[in-house]
Design a binder for this molecule. Sequence first.
Ligand code: HEM
Length: 222
Amino acid sequence: MKHSVYLTPMPVRIWHWLNAFGIVTLIITGLQIRFPEYINVFGTYKAAIRLHDTAGIVVSISYVLWLVYYLFVAGTLAKLYVPTTEDIRHGLFRQAFFYFFNYFVGRDNPHHSTPESKFNPLQKVTYLMIMVVLLPLVIFSGFMLMYIAPLRELILMVGGIKTLVGVHFLLACCFCAFLFIHIYLATLGHTPLEHFKQMWDGWEEEEVQEKLASGDSSGTTH
Ligand code: HEM
């Protein structure tokens, strides 16, 4: 039988799609800025830079909203995003084995999302790295590139403008790689669109055994 679990509250969904739209805009404008001789999507070089800067500000503001929500409103950042020792010891391997092998022979996903444990161990590690390390770094390096003159001293301290541009570009490449894997893995639900629907309306549907369905189930269900 099927039941639905309310997994993703509205503020997180709004943050997620704003952030996704912002990052995709940053990637496309960034490509034009980096390779102007090959890519021209937004007309002039100047227009690409202006849009890149604006998208960067949108992503930065939405990041602060995400952080404030998870730290102070929901208070669930550590519980949802930080992997446990068990996750590191066995969970990561179990989940990777599911994605690389068990999924293709029709076995069940070892992780079942609940509002208290929304992410599998691989998601926890990846999302934690993305949200707590890579996103702040790309935002910080982006701001340094936006304000080169006032932040001159700081830029020299981190190795100069060339190093900064290189680091910003490498971080952007990490985001591109993450995005491809993220979207592919998001299609591996019971149906290809299940996780996308969940990220849109908050509710995830899952198959449960009769015994589980009649007993206690954590979180709001319908
Ligand atoms: C077009 C781009 C994107 C699509 C289609 C997409 C899709 C999804 C979907 C379907 C989910 C829910 C299922 C899951 O957890 O895997 C999700 C969750 C998530 N995505 Fe994305 N995503 C995109 C871009 C991004 C970007 C750019 C980032 C980070 C920089 C990101 C970070 C996250 C995080 C942290 C979650 C978990 C949110 C939470 O419930 O707290 N996504 N995404």
